[in-house]
Write a new protein. Structure first.
Length: 352
């Protein structure tokens, strides 16, 4: 940003308020908006300013299940819970793009007690329209930006103040300079924190701090409200303080203790097969071969982890198994070996 004399003006980072949603529930508030976020949105709208509501989750509900028998509606190709989209009244798999109509009865026990649970961007939009009927809303996610040029159209609408509240996913985390935005509300800061991947804390911290940076990008100032069910989590605490150095120190120490990059190298071998038994058998055979190679070549400082099904164990009809090699240079063990159908990634971006 530049001041009136054309010199760089460094605006202070916006203050961040952490709201414990457990306390909101105890106080009888079952809305997706905490009292603090609701009041702040009211003030922003009255002042003729703009707000961003962020949730890194598409759809209206994150899963659909039967309250009678407990059946969760899953993708037949990936085994992942299907996400309900109210716009099209259908269920979608965000991994392989499988679609089906929302059933009126449970496919297992035929009960009518089938319900949607969880919160996605579509539900945030509908709840916002209910609570603030005079506010003009825009939703920015994968569903609303399928058409070519739709990103630019949405951003142009919002930057020209043709909407008051922008609701979206990680698409809106970076690179937006919107001077009228004085409030950013993170509807659920916990999304993704529980994924079993050593990079999860880093990714969540990065996302939260980037989203927080969308507020207060003009002399109007701004503030950020993080709603969470885990207010004591160190990622939430460091993000709320904009404490990059503190987070880096904590995260590096955690990785040093468990021996993950950058303190060691990681090789991930992944297998995908249509037959679940064949996939498991091949995974166990490969683990045996790797142990043999490690012993022959003196890889005493390298650890073999697995074999195990991947976190997303089935995708697009394929069963996924993985083996991890952790050590000073696990890639050297694999050079020149016949690995068949196995895919290899060194220091992979994801272990899921």
């Amino acid at each position: 940003d530049l001041n009136s004399e054309g010199e760089a003006a460094f605006l202070p980072l916006p203050p961040v308020q952490v709201v414990d949603m457990r306390q909101e529930l105890k106080a009888g508030n079952r809305s997706i908006f905490s009292r603090s976020l609701h009041d702040s949105l009211t003030r922003v709208l009255e002042a003729g300013q703009q707000a961003i509501l962020f949730l890194n989750r598409r759809g209206s509900s994150t899963y659909v299940f039967c309250r009678e028998c407990g059946t969760v509606l899953r993708c037949p190709r990936c085994d992942l819970p299907l996400t309900y989209h109210s716009d099209s009244n259908d269920l979608q798999c965000h991994t392989c793009n499988y679609h089906r109509q929302m059933p009126s009865r449970c496919p297992t026990c035929h009960s009518a007690s089938i319900r949607q649970f969880g919160t996605g961007t579509e539900r945030v939009e509908s709840e916002t329209q209910k609570e603030f009927p005079s506010a003009r809303t825009l939703r920015w996610d994968a569903e609303t930006t399928r058409q070519k040029g739709s990103h630019e159209i949405l951003l142009s609408h919002f930057s020209r103040h043709q909407a008051d509240i922008l609701i979206g996913t990680q698409m809106l985390a970076k690179g937006l300079d919107l001077p009228l935005v004085t409030l950013v509300g993170v509807v659920l800061a916990d999304v993704g924190l529980s994924l079993p991947d050593y990079r999860t804390p880093e990714r969540t911290f990065q996302l939260l701090t980037q989203v927080a940076g969308r507020a207060g990008r003009s002399p109007l100032g701004g503030r950020v409200i993080l709603q969470t069910y885990q207010p004591e989590h160190y990622v939430i605490q460091y993000a709320a303080r904009h404490d990059y150095h503190g987070f880096l120190e904590r995260e590096l120490e955690a990785r040093r203790k468990i021996g993950y990059p950058p303190f060691s190298r990681l090789a991930r071998l992944e297998l995908r097969q249509r037959d679940p038994s064949a996939a498991e058998q091949e995974a166990r055979l490969m683990a045996g071969r790797l142990r043999q190679w490690m012993e022959q070549d003196g890889f005493t400082s390298t650890e073999l982890i697995g074999p195990a099904p991947c976190f997303f164990a089935r995708q697009n009809g394929l069963y996924r198994w993985q083996i991890l090699l952790r050590g000073p240079d696990p890639a050297r063990l694999l050079r020149g070996r016949n690995l068949g159908e196995w895919r290899v990634a060194i220091d992979p971006a994801s272990l899921l």
